[in-house]
Design a protein around this ligand. Sequence first.
Ligand code: FES
Ligand code: FE2
Length: 446
Amino acid sequence: MSTGKAAALLALGAAALLLLRAEQRSDSTWTQTEALGAAGRALLCAIGGVALLAALWLYRLLWCPLELRRAPEDVGYVPEAGRTRAQAANDVRRRRKAGDLPPVYPNGWYRVLDSHMLRRGEVKGVSALGEQLAVFRGQDGASYVVESYCPHLGANLAVGGRVVGGCIECPFHGWQFQGKGGKCVRIPYADKVPEFATVRCWPSCEVNGQILIWFHCDGGEPQWAVPEQQEITEGRWVYRGRTEHFINAHIEEIPENAADISHLAHLHTPGFASGVDLRFTNSKTWEFLRHDWKVRWEPESEPNKHCSQMFVKHALTVFGFHWPLLDVHVVARQVGPGVVFLRFDHRFLGRGVIMHCVTPVEPLLQLVSHTMFYQANIPSVVPKFILRIECVQFERDVMIWNNKKYVSQPLLVKEDAAILRHRRWFSQFYSENSPRLRHQRRSLDF
Ligand code: FES
Ligand SMILES: [Fe+2]
C-alpha cells in the first residue's frame, strides 16, 4: 500500500473515531459541537483529517528519505494532441535516428541495486546490459549476481527462485546454484551433479550502500575497484534518498555532459522554479532566479586514468543579487563509464555525496539513479532539497537526451574543446569486442 493510501486510511480512521467520541462524550464542548448537528461534526472530522494528513506530510518531509522514481515516459517527451506521453515516448524511440554510435556497453562497474533494496534471503530480477540478472542476498548477508536463466531448462531464477544458504534454488526442478562461482551443488532427483552444471556468475561488489556488477566484453576481471566513501561506511553520512530515471540515449551522452561546459549557461541557468520542460524554462515569470556556473573538466592520470573530475562552482542570483551564502562547490568524480560521486561541501549546509549511476538496460536505454548520503546531523530536509534541485536540472538534460541523435563528428568551436577530450578519455572503456548496435531492437515498450 502506498504511503498516500495509508495516510488517507489513517485520516478516515481518525475521523471515524472522532465521530464515535462525539457521540459518546457529554461534556460541554462536545455538547456544543453536537448542537451544531451533522454539519458541525463533519467539519470537525474534516479538520481532524486535514490536520492528520498535514502531520504525516510534515513527518515525511522531515524524517523520511526522498524516493522519486520516474516512469520511462514521465520526463522529456512532448506529446502531440490526442497522444499520451507513453505513445509519444514510443514514437520517439521508433523514429529515432541513432547516428553513428560507439559500442553500446562500455567495460566497467554498473550499479544494479541499492543495498537496502535487497533483504537477507531475497532475490530480485534486474535488466542490465541486455541481460536478465538474478540478484540475491544469501542467509550470510552477502549479495550475489547470477544470470537469471537456469542452465537446466531455462526457468527464471528471479521469478519464484528461493535463497538457500548462499545458493539460489531454481523454481522449476529445484536445482541449487552457489552464488559464489555459480556451481550447481544439488539436484534433488539426481545421484550425481555434473561438473559442468553451473550458472553464469557476474563479478560483483557491495560498497557505499550499493550493489554493482563488473562488465567486460571479453569476460576480463575487474580493472579497478569502486572507491569506498569512508563517511558512508563509518555511518557519518546517512541515506537521504534517491531518484531514478530512464534515459532514451546512448550511455556516453550522459557523462559527456560534464565536459560540455557551454550547455550549462544555456540549459541550466534558468532558476529551478521554472521547471524542466524546455519549452517553458525561459519564461519571464521566473527570470528573477538564476543559476550561475563555473565549470572545469579534467581527466586523471595513471594509475587513475579511468577517472575524471568536474569542478563546479555554483552561485544563485535573485533579482540580480548574488547570495554568497548559497554558493555551492561540487567535485564530481567519474569512476569508469557508469559511476560518478558528486561530493558537496558547504559552510552551513554541510557535506554529503550524490552517487550518480548509469546502467544500460538496452543499447539505447539507460537507468540513471542518484542516491544521496549526507551528514547525519544535518536535517534531512536540506539534502532532500539539494537532491530535488539537482533532479530539476537533470531532467532538463533528459529532455535533450531523449530526443537527440548521437553525432560522431560534431561541429564544434574551440570553446567546446573539452568535449573531444572527453570522447578520447571515454574511448578507453571500449575494446575490440565491445558489443555494437547492428540494428535497433526494441524490446521494451513504455
Ligand atoms: S529449469 Fe531450473 S532446475 Fe530445471
Ligand atoms: Fe546538463
